[in-house]
Design a protein. Sequence first.
Length: 277
Amino acid sequence: MLLEDVAPDVVGIIEMGAQGLAAAKEALADASRARVDDFTFAAPITRFRRDVLCCGWNYWDHFEESKGKREGQDVDRPKAPTFFTKSPSTVIGPYDPIAYDSGISAKWDYEAEIAIVIGKGGRSIPRAQALDHIFGITLANDVSQRDLQRRHGGQWFKGKSIDGTMPLGPTLVTLDEIRFEDLWIECHLNGQRVQHASTRQMAFPIDELIAELSFGMTLYPGDVLLTGTPAGIGNAREPPVFMGDGDHVVVSVDGIGSLDNTLVRIDLRGQSDVSLA
């Protein structure tokens, strides 16, 4: 049995539940071995039912570091998770170039994040059952355009939805293979470490995120949820540090791997007559 005989993609395997995962493992056990270097890695999830789901301000040190730097859009510390979405067209592979165009934004920022992939769907999921709804975890770099965030009323959708800007991967690790409670996530920009934090520092842990997000709202198998970025973002630094053409950014977690991407200038603006002045 070949892996493509089980399902057309990873989402198909997830939708089959435990049976799908067992069948995939059987197919891989029967497969001939090949060198990793012989393959091009894609994002583990490439078929989306909806937008990529996201949680902002989920590390209090990140929330605090940006106080006074939100250009008049500061808010009080939230008492519940702050959710938003971003376009699936942002998603690229773990080693693909990140699209960059200074005509779209002058403030390109990195955000190292751990992402959850939902395995079992549900609505109003109790916290005690939340982990049962996770298929696995992976990594994301929630590349953001800070000036677009401010331009569009302070809501985040537009400033995080530019095509070809969010690496996802490189692996999708099931929870039986890794302890989520104390994973250390790092981000390096041009060889310098700019973010380093443990999942223990999350303001709202993953079971609470799932309970809150699913409150009255159905989650589906294959949904991707970004869990927030820790302190160290470029916009909060003195002076600010933003990325540009040729910059190299790496997001890594032991046991999951690394996203290794370079910003490459392409024409995103095209013939648009939108004025950013």
